[in-house]
Design a protein around this ligand. Structure first.
Ligand code: SF4
Ligand code: SF4
Length: 651
């Protein structure tokens, strides 16, 4: 089971600052994809009484889980960040792969994978990161003009018992008052940022995810609890099943043409019904008002459908993307027509750069996105959302979101009808899958399309440079009294641009495999670097590497290739490498890869072989990964010890 290992805040900061200065990127997002506001336009909105500088954000999911994901979402222009759903069961085994965004968008990744404690630290750490980013003026002297007001929105699931449990209650309280965690994280920060007045109230809003089939009474109980006992503002995420089975089937099959997608009848039988929801909302609104809190609703959650593709495990999966866009808009319309009172509504469902302006025109705030960010470009797609919205506002001659929305008053039904009839949401337009070219990935070389880097929500894949090499090598037989040279082979690296994976940030969701034109999956075939010897050893036997950068300048790489574990330490002063296999320890001359001497290990007999190709792979990886010109998670710990001149003063 792959396990996410959060990256310590000081390392995240170090990487971001060095990477930005050296390469003009942060977590692989190029600076021309950072949102820096649109001159003359005020995109700010109100969400549960909090001001946010844009109406856009990631929906609770893979883009709001780790601190680096939250920062990436923010850099792209997200200002209402719906954090990944937490719940009492925080040691879940999520099946892998868990995301299939080849065209429509399906997942079985329905919950947070980190422990409650880890999630808390990721969310608090992300909030502190954003404060440091602003205080440092890293993004430029005009940074105060970058609209930076940001709202973190908790997402909590899934039933009353779990949400009322002491652990979840404490977790919510800690998000509302994170002073202790802030102080703890503060101690690890560089001196100039340690005393910043970090906000300690990370969030006081909750978007509620209830399990499919959650009865109305239970939903009411949870919301009442969150409003009254936890003192939170609440948004109820509605399931698309509220549309009713007949209407959903009609839209999905007859209008949009997704005949292969089959609904789960049980989901419609058990889920909250439309009339129940209409009954529930006004009552809860009054309760919210009486407690000085606010209530909103969100359309919509994913749609549970039968697993017809068998890419993901299980009988059911959760559908998102273009068809959900139409379902969710129709549900908004139906709900508005049925509800006697008005209530703030937010949106999720197939949002992208092309439909944000029309969706926001329906007064849906915030508009949140997920599936679209899993496609090539990843977080870099976000800025287009806001640019397109800005262009539409400029075209209409409005400068604020309320003015923009008011231009469409009375046109809601027409807007929904237009989207429903739009061919871009139909099966014919979304049936294609990413092309595979029939070649298989291996440790080195590929077609270098680099798609695997931005499609990863966690920025776990990265590029590094190495010398394109054609190395002829001899093998060695290690005999009791001598070393005998025997025929070897050739290690051939055609490309200088190579790809690798940072395993601690990879949960093997499978998304990069979907978009990689070659087969095998980058996260499986490319070298996987772990952040600690502990996590490397935990995955013993599988392709993996760990580099101990060593303060004395003698770095060591631990590596498992083809199921065998090796260790190589480079001593650049003596020019000799110390290479360990399971049978032998060999002194290797680094300049020409000559075996100089050896001794047997672990009581093995006095004869062994020396796998020179594996030694060469380790040596090449260590030298190229350590190259400070490129900054990534696999080398940033080592770069702390590298003289970086003025760059050091930034952190
Ligand atoms: S591993 Fe696949 S997706 Fe990544 S650069 Fe190579 S070919 Fe492209
Ligand atoms: S590297 Fe690939 S499999 Fe791993 S988390 Fe990223 S997208 Fe998912």
């Amino acid at each position: 089971m792959p396990e996410l290992v959060p990256i310590p805040l000081p390392l995240l900061l170090r990487r971001a600052f060095l990477e930005y200065r050296r390469e003009g990127k942060i977590f692989d997002l190029p600076q021309n994809k950072f949102f820096r506001g649109i001159p003359g336009l005020d995109l700010s909105v109100d969400f549960h009484g909090h001001r946010a500088s844009t109406p856009l954000g990631p929906a609770a999911g893979p883009h709001g889980q780790l601190a680096q994901n939250i920062v990436l979402s923010w850099l792209g222009g997200s200002r209402i960040i719906e954090l990944k759903t937490i719940q009492i069961l925080d040691e879940l085994q999520i099946p892998r792969p868990c995301i299939d965004a080849a065209n429509v968008g399906y997942n079985v990744e329905w919950s947070q994978e980190l422990s409650l404690d880890q999630s808390l630290r990721e969310y608090v750490g992300a909030a502190m990161f954003l404060e440091i980013l602003k205080a440092s003026r890293l993004l430029g002297e005009n940074v105060p003009s970058v609209p930076g007001l940001t709202v973190f929105d908790m997402s909590v699931g899934y039933n009353l018992e779990g949400i009322r449990s002491p652990r979840v209650r404490d977790w919510i309280q800690s998000m509302k008052n994170a002073g202790a965690v802030v102080d703890e994280l503060r101690t690890g920060l560089p001196a100039e940022y340690r005393d910043l007045p970090f906000p300690t109230s990370i969030s006081d809003t909750v978007s509620l995810s209830t399990f499919h089939g959650c009865p109305a009474g239970e939903i009411e109980g949870i919301v009442a609890y969150l409003l009254t006992e936890m003192g939170c503002h609440v948004c109820i995420k509605m399931n698309p099943t509220l549309l009713g089975r007949a209407e959903t089937e009609y839209l999905l099959h007859d209008v949009l043409g997704y005949h292969e997608i089959q609904l789960s009848p049980e989901a419609f039988e058990k889920d909250l019904e439309f009339d129940e929801a209409l009954d529930l909302i006004p009552r809860l609104q009054r309760l919210a008002q009486a407690n000085g809190r606010s209530l909103s609703v969100k359309f919509s959650n994913t749609l549970v459908v039968k697993n017809h593709k068998q890419v993901l495990a299980g009988d059911l999966m959760y559908m998102s993307g273009p068809p959900l866009h139409v379902l969710a808009l129709n549900l908004v319309q139906k709900f508005r027509e049925g509800l006697k009172t008005s209530i703030p509504m937010s949106f999720s469902g197939g949002l992208d750069a092309h439909n944000i302006a029309q969706t926001l025109a329906l007064n849906l705030i915030p508009v949140t996105t997920c599936t679209d960010l899993l496609r090539p470009g990843g977080y870099a797609r976000l800025i287009r959302y806001l640019e397109n919205l800005g262009a539409k506002m400029t075209e209409l001659g409005v400068t604020t979101i309320p003015d923009y929305v008011s231009r469409f008053a009375g046109q809601e039904a027409a807007l929904v009808a237009e989207a429903t009839a739009n061919p871009r949401y139909r099966w014919e337009h979304n049936k294609g899958v990413p092309r595979k070219i029939g070649t298989k990935l291996w440790l080195y070389d590929c077609i270098n399309c680099d798609k695997c880097i931005p499609v990863c929500p966690n920025d776990a894949n990265f590029a590094y440079e190495t010398a394109a090499e054609f190395i002829l090598y001899d093998n060695f037989e290690l005999l009791p009294d001598r070393i005998r040279r025997v025929p070897g082979g050739v290690l051939r690296l055609v490309k200088s641009h190579q790809l690798a994976n940072y395993a601690d940030a990879c949960n093997e969701c499978g998304n990069c495999d979907v978009f990689c034109p070659e087969t095998g999956g980058p996260f499986t075939e490319k070298p996987r670097f772990f952040g600690s010897l502990k996590s490397y050893r935990k995955h013993a036997g599988k392709n993996g590497f760990y580099v101990d950068w060593d303060l004395e300048g003698q770095p060591t790489i631990y590596g498992t290739i083809d199921g065998e574990a090796y260790v190589l330490t480079l001593n650049h002063v003596t020019g000799v490498g110390h290479f360990e296999t399971k049978d032998a320890e060999v002194a290797m001359r680094l300049s020409d890869n000559e075996a100089l001497s050896w001794k047997a290990r672990n009581g093995t007999d006095t004869q062994a072989s020396m796998p020179v190709s594996q030694y060469l792979k380790l040596k090449l990886l260590l030298e190229s990964i350590g190259n400070p010109r490129h900054v990534h998670f696999a080398n940033v710990a080592g770069l702390q010890e590298v003289a970086i001149g003025n760059e050091e003063s930034a952190l």
